[in-house]
Design a protein around this ligand. Structure first.
Ligand SMILES: CC/C=C\CCC/C=C/C(=O)SCCNC(=O)CCNC(=O)[C@H](O)C(C)(C)COP(=O)(O)OP(=O)(O)OC[C@H]1O[C@@H](n2cnc3c(N)ncnc32)[C@H](O)[C@@H]1OP(=O)(O)O
Length: 281
């Protein structure tokens, strides 16, 4: 079933391309009419915190890009210093019961859509990219990062545990030994360190250059049969996608149990307080 869904989404090898610019509340999709590549921009001030609404918009925009025959997807941010601050901690701190269920479900949906996307994907990381921001970037097939920012899965530093599918994205980029150590340490990598270890593929001086490098990566598939490419990508990613698909309900319950532990709530409260204090100074 996944196979036929994928085949119906495979981008056309030939034009004509549609020029398009669509804005949902928190994301914008712009398709370049020369290249046919869609740029998906996150725009949720102040830090692109991934809340319920942004996650739903992201998923909707990914579906739109797959449906409009774009040749590829570049994920970026409208904020000049932050790609995404990761999950909006306000969604997990003293949460409303129904909303937090919807929130985690929307995160699962967004990840399945991006990691499993049939079109080539690249992230132009134009700012800091901790935790959920790193999840988005590592769900893409290629990463270009601007200097002097940081990226990584820092969950253990917050006293929380990255779920298996966060690890899957990370492991699709880094060797297991490096990934395990970085996750256990909650390590944030500078752009230079990320480049050296292979967490990002290229560095760029400006956002425009990063977008151009992402477009060049997507251009490398120009002469590849799009159906063969999409099916090959899907085969590589099938095990991780199917694991979450088949364990969605358990994954949600695990998250709810974990997040509702008094010690976890206390830790999140302290972390939020430290962020707010830092913001004031
Ligand atoms: C079983 C599984 C259970 C659980 C799994 C959960 C997995 C979790 C994944 C996550 O993504 S958790 C989120 C992790 N994110 C972070 O740790 C990033 C925290 N933020 C920062 O480090 C910085 O804000 C920054 C992104 C580097 C940006 O720094 P800058 O100096 O530019 O901004 P400032 O720190 O002043 O922040 C402005 C404003 O935004 C609020 N903020 C920041 N990040 C978050 C966030 N992730 N969630 C909610 N709110 C956030 C910050 O408090 C400031 O608010 P204020 O203006 O009201 O004071």
């Amino acid at each position: 079933m996944m196979r036929s869904k994928l085949l119906s989404l495979v981008p056309c090898a030939t034009g004509p391309f549609r020029t398009m610019s669509t804005t949902t509340k928190l994301t914008t999709v712009e398709v370049n009419d020369k290249t046919g590549i869609a740029t998906l921009t996150m725009n949720r001030p102040p830090v692109n915190g991934l809340n319920l609404d942004l996650l739903r918009d992201l998923r909707q925009s990914i579906a739109e890009i797959e449906g409009n025959k774009s040749r590829g997807l570049i994920l970026t941010s409208s904020n000049p210093t932050i790609f995404s601050a990761g999950l909006d901690i306000m969604e997990m701190y003293k949460p409303d019961k129904e909303r937090v269920r919807a929130f985690w479900t929307a995160l699962q949906d967004a990840w399945l859509a991006l990691y499993g996307s049939s079109v080539p994907t690249a992230a132009a990381i134009n700012g800091h990219s901790p935790a959920g921001g790193c999840l988005l970037a590592t769900s893409c097939e290629y990463r270009v990062m601007l200097p002097k920012f940081t990226i990584g899965l820092n969950e253990t530093k917050l006293g929380i545990v990255a779920p298996m599918w966060f690890m899957s994205s990370f492991l699709s980029v880094l060797p297991r030994r490096e990934a395990e150590r970085a996750l256990n340490q909650g390590r944030m990598f500078t752009t230079d360190e990320a480049l050296q270890i292979g967490l990002v593929d290229e560095a760029a001086g400006t956002k425009e250059e990063a977008l151009e490098k992402c477009a060049q990566f997507i251009g490398t598939f120009a002469k590849v049969n799009p159906i063969a490419r999409a099916l090959t990508k899907q085969q590589f990613r099938a095990a991780e996608l199917e694991q979450l698909e088949s364990e969605r309900a358990q994954d949600l319950e695990k998250f709810l149990f974990f997040i509702n532990q008094p010690a976890v709530q206390k830790g999140l409260g302290i972390y939020l307080e430290s962020l707010k204090k830092k913001a004031k100074n």
